[in-house]
Design a protein around this ligand. Structure first.
Ligand code: SF4
Length: 472
């Protein structure tokens, strides 16, 4: 139904979106569904049912374009079968691979109707209309002058108890190995008013936890509520005032933008969960310079110390790259040392793989595959040990659990701990959306078992940071 005019019903069509990669892509897929809803597109579970299929791609994934073309090959058969049956399926490729390799996609897969970069999602209805009028493909991979967020409608698709909200896009850091600055453009921060409006909307739809998203989220510097520029700590403080918003998180951050005010916010804002994903990539100053990360390993150590002073129960997570071009054994050992010094609750580690067009891809000294494998295995063994130790340290601990739904087994609930671990325990799914008190009874490699304490639901913290300040 057209929400602007309930009397004018657009014919019902089916939309299938396949999303690869990060949470920002998942969020973008939701917004594409929202923007297409007024045209009569409703979500469907399979491409076979769909009148339009969108592949929302991620360039960070290894062999991203090969995977895309193999998926397109399968969809081509489906599209042709539909055409032979007298119906039409619009095939669109979105996301970072579309942005980086748009011309190649239309050359190699001319049956693709639409190729659009991440900055053009608000233009989808217009592009779909152009396709309906004409044959031939449409490419939209410019960085438009207007910001897409100004043109996207309010989200109509409830995200559930735990929701994502993009507050920032793009990146100006130009790390040697990363395609984001080329595919998502330069940094853009949404205004505080727009973020708060969307957050209130998500809470009204049932969200109890909001994770703020951005490629470089802690570089957020949006227009404040009464003019001027706010930084992320100020935005978090304001978000914490939203009634019934019990939990806040943000990802992904860069150490260079982890300033003292933001660190202090972790101690001041009870809604800000004690878990932070803060990628460091390497523990070697030489490699950090080669990666153009713009900081040294000791800065990361200092940030970790300050965070733990501000919020003693905070758990840290990070990303690591094994075998970046030029990495020596000594650099690798420096990374193992940093990991040992910090102690991570969770980490993502990858073998370096080159991304076309990035400076690292054309670096002269590439590390041999076998060497990258060995370094990755050493790194992962240590990180796994730390993750296991952290999970085991939770046993016997009392913590709040956000119940996100029914568990896999009868009579079980699923939820999230404050440290982002998936949690399950006996309880009624009626508790979905509640924060309940629980004791951790067992730790698995990637999740916790809990015993709910009386099933009493807890509200958000009794006082918001502002109320606490007023009372002091
Ligand atoms: S800060 Fe993150 S998004 Fe930006 S270039 Fe570096 S790795 Fe990519």
């Amino acid at each position: 139904m057209n929400p602007d005019n309930p009397d004018r019903r657009a014919p019902q069509k089916r939309l299938f979106i396949r999303s690869w990669g990060c949470q920002m892509n998942v969020y973008d897929s939701g917004r594409m569904a929202d923007v297409l809803a007024p045209l009569g597109y409703a979500p469907t579970e399979t491409p076979e049912d769909a009148d339009m299929v969108v592949l929302n791609t991620c360039h960070i994934r290894e062999k991203a374009s090969e995977k895309l073309f193999s998926e397109l090959g399968r969809l081509r058969v489906l599209k042709q079968a539909k055409e032979q049956g007298g119906s039409r399926m619009i095939l669109a490729v979105a996301g970072c691979v579309a942005q980086a390799e748009g011309a190649e996609i239309t050359a190699r897969a001319p049956y693709v109707d639409l190729v659009l970069g991440p900055q053009s999602y608000h233009r989808l209805p217009e592009m779909v209309a152009r396709i309906s009028r004409a044959t031939g493909s449409v490419i939209e991979t410019d960085f438009p002058a207007e910001q897409k967020f100004d043109f996207l409608p309010d989200s109509t698709t409830p995200q559930g108890v735990s929701a994502f909200l993009t507050i920032q896009e793009g990146c100006d850091k130009f790390c040697s190995f990363c395609v984001v600055p080329y595919t998502r453009g330069s940094e853009f921060s949404r205004s505080a008013a727009a973020v708060l409006k969307e957050a209130r909307h998500l809470v009204a739809q049932g969200a109890r936890e909001i994770t703020l998203l951005g490629q470089n989220v802690n570089a957020w510097h949006g227009e404040g509520l009464s003019g001027g520029t706010w930084t992320l700590d100020r935005l978090l403080l304001e978000l914490a005032e939203i009634p019934n918003l019990a939990r806040l998180r943000y990802t992904t951050s860069h150490p260079r933008d982890m300033d003292d005010a933001l660190i202090a916010a972790h101690g001041r804002i009870p809604q800000l969960m004690p878990f932070l994903h803060l990628p460091v990539q390497s523990g070697s100053d030489r490699m950090l310079a080669a990666m153009n990360r713009g900081h040294k390993a000791d800065l990361y150590r200092q940030i970790a110390d300050k965070l733990r002073t501000a919020r003693p129960d905070i758990a840290l997570s990070s990303d690591f790259i094994a075998g970046h071009p030029g990495e020596s054994e000594a650099d690798h050992q420096a990374t193992l040392k940093l990991i040992a010094d910090i102690g991570f609750a969770l980490a993502y580690s990858f073998k370096y793989s080159s991304r076309p067009g990035t400076p690292a891809a054309s670096a002269a000294v590439q590390v041999a595959e076998a060497e990258k494998d060995r370094r990755l295995q050493e790194m992962q063994a240590l990180l796994r040990e730390q993750q296991d130790a952290f999970n085991r340290s939770c046993i016997g601990r009392r913590c709040d659990v956000l119940v996100t739904g029914a568990g896999r087994h009868e009579g079980q609930i699923a939820g999230r701990s404050p440290w982002l671990q998936p949690v399950h325990g006996l309880g009624s799914p009626h508790l979905t959306g509640q924060i309940v008190s629980a004791t951790v009874t067992a730790a698995m490699p990637n999740s916790l078992s809990v015993r709910l304490e009386g099933n009493e639901a807890l509200g958000p913290p009794s006082q918001t940071p502002r109320q606490e300040k007023a009372a002091a």
